[in-house]
Ligand binder design. Sequence first.
Ligand SMILES: NC(=O)c1ccc[n+]([C@@H]2O[C@H](COP(=O)([O-])OP(=O)(O)OC[C@H]3O[C@@H](n4cnc5c(N)ncnc54)[C@H](OP(=O)(O)O)[C@@H]3O)[C@@H](O)[C@H]2O)c1
Length: 231
Amino acid sequence: VKIAVLGTGSVGRTMAARFATIGHDVTVGTRDVQATLTRSEPDAMGNPPFSTWAAGHSQVPLLSFAEAAANAELVVNATNGGVSIEVLTQAGADNLAGKVLLDIANPLDFSQGFPPTLFVKDTDSLGEQIQRAYPDVKVVKALNTMNTAVMVDPTLVPAPHDVFIAGNDADAKRRVAGLLGEWFGWTPGSIIDVGDITAARGTEMMLPVWLRLWQALGTNQINFHIARAGV
Ligand SMILES: NC(=O)c1ccc[n+]([C@@H]2O[C@H](COP(=O)([O-])OP(=O)(O)OC[C@H]3O[C@@H](n4cnc5c(N)ncnc54)[C@H](OP(=O)(O)O)[C@@H]3O)[C@@H](O)[C@H]2O)c1
């Protein structure tokens, strides 16, 4: 599969590294290739500069958001939620039309410090905002409720735990569910389809709970599990 990962943060790096390892044709998208490669400071989350990661992953080209999206069959949104709509504008509606967009972003607002608040919630969600802005894109919200290391390796949490998917296009959701198994090893029983894209309201609103659990338990190798009677 030709995959474009939009985003150079820890999610984008982790996804792209995994896709490259399993032999997919993957590119990473950024605003300005030269600027991203010449940054020498750690990013806002304290990750090493992108160039350090790129040096160890020379098989993964860094392209502009538009170039990455244009060449891909499937696009991953791993950008800061506050700029995701802007990033997709830069990627270009024509380059995205008809494609599956795996949306991992969360609508976190860190402007008042930690813990962040949600800049959209309850009656709307970032997933819906993206779907409304790009009606020709098949938005599938998934993986946003866990740490990036757990996304690509569910065995890090050695107990039953789940991943939620939401989206309007049933085929796109089936495809993403299959890929979560193929790419990362999520078992069919651990993938819960929570409905159309409005269900992203709920999965995005799980973030405040996840963030407090991270603080309370002192580890980010945690995830949600939905225990069901008779299962
Ligand atoms: N970290 C996790 O474990 C985790 C878990 C679940 C969900 N998420 C969600 O996944 C997403 C990615 O998280 P992350 O920590 O990997 O990265 P991030 O720091 O949230 O986002 C990095 C990306 O955002 C882009 N960006 C920042 N400001 C921009 C602007 N003004 N205009 C255009 N693009 C801009 C950057 O572009 P450049 O490349 O040009 O710098 C970069 O590609 C977030 O929405 C986050 O909430 C993260």
